[in-house]
Design a protein around this ligand. Structure first.
Ligand SMILES: Nc1ncnc2c1ncn2[C@@H]1O[C@H](COP(=O)(O)OP(=O)(O)OP(=O)(O)O)[C@@H](O)[C@H]1O
Length: 259
């Protein structure tokens, strides 16, 4: 019998800024193909948690284990830099809120998508360009824009390009930090649809930070609600949003804390 292991096993995880914790005591498992949303008002610790999971911030306490493709479970708190870089090259993606943080703005769209392949050892230029063109199509960017720089793209196109740059290496785990905020509502809806389709097609595991409960509702299976750096409620997204147990989640759902 196949024994399925979680992709991430997070136990009592915390990150400290100086003498204050940005997030603390976080426990959850992320299973293959699962999308977890992290919600909460501004300052509740969402970005700190995401940064800690993604190894951008030190783990000050607790443990985070990751089940690699090769079947080995590694302790992210003690993984060397080169092993982490390897994960970014072949297993992980990170979609930033601001596409400029995840793209090279003065490299062509095709170059932006091809670069991660080259970093992963691809050498055949024609093949790389072909795959890049394929990915532009997948994210609904006209292929005749392949040689244009993202500086000439709209906000929505830039975000879709950032997604292509992340997905081209077929990651298993993608971190997303408010990927749809800052865009017009209609652009947001289209982008969310696209993300949702790609996530389910590729069976991606995702941790997505959002302050927008509609985003959590639309794409996540489970939701973690954060307040003051702690997860104060978690469960299936529909349950958390339709029948919130914590008083804070009830306020959040009734929009009083949003905006
Ligand atoms: N670089 C930093 N140095 C010190 N404290 C920080 C730093 N970044 C965040 N914090 C603090 O950690 C706590 C959690 O912040 P965090 O940015 O993770 O919240 P958030 O929920 O992501 O908020 P937002 O939605 O506004 O991004 C807050 O009290 C914040 O002031």
């Amino acid at each position: 019998m196949n024994h399925v292991e979680p992709l991430l096993r997070v136990r009592d995880a915390g990150h400290r800024y100086g003498d204050r914790f940005g997030c603390r005591g976080v426990d959850f498992d992320l299973w293959p193909g699962e999308v977890i949303a992290v919600v909460g008002e501004s300052g509740s610790g969402k970005s700190t948690l995401l940064g800690t999971l993604a190894q951008r911030l030190d783990l000050s306490e607790g443990s985070i284990r990751y089940g690699r493709t090769d079947g080995e479970s590694v302790d992210l708190g003690h993984l060397g830099e080169s092993a982490v870089r390897r994960l970014w090259r072949s297993e992980w993606g990170f979609v930033h809120q601001d596409p400029a943080d995840g793209l090279r703005m003065h490299v062509s769209a095709g170059g932006n998508v091809g670069e991660p392949l080259m970093a992963d050892g691809w050498r055949h230029y024609g093949r790389i360009r072909e795959v890049a063109a394929h990915w532009l199509q997948r994210v609904e960017i006209p292929v005749d824009r392949i040689d244009d720089h993202p500086t000439t793209f709209s906000g929505g196109m830039r975000q879709r390009l950032q997604i292509a740059r992340n997905l081209v290496i077929s990651p298993r785990l993608v971190f997303m930090d408010e990927p749809t905020s800052g865009l017009d509502v209609s652009v947001q809806a289209r982008l969310l649809d696209l993300i949702r389709g790609l996530v389910s097609e590729f069976g991606l595991s995702v941790v997505i930070v959002t302050h927008d409960l509609a985003v959590a509702r639309l794409i996540s299976h489970r939701t973690l609600v954060m307040k003051d750096g702690r997860v104060i409620e978690s469960g299936l997204t529909d349950r958390v949003l339709d029948d919130p147990h914590a008083a804070y989640t009830q306020l959040l759902v009734s929009s009083i804390l949003q905006g």
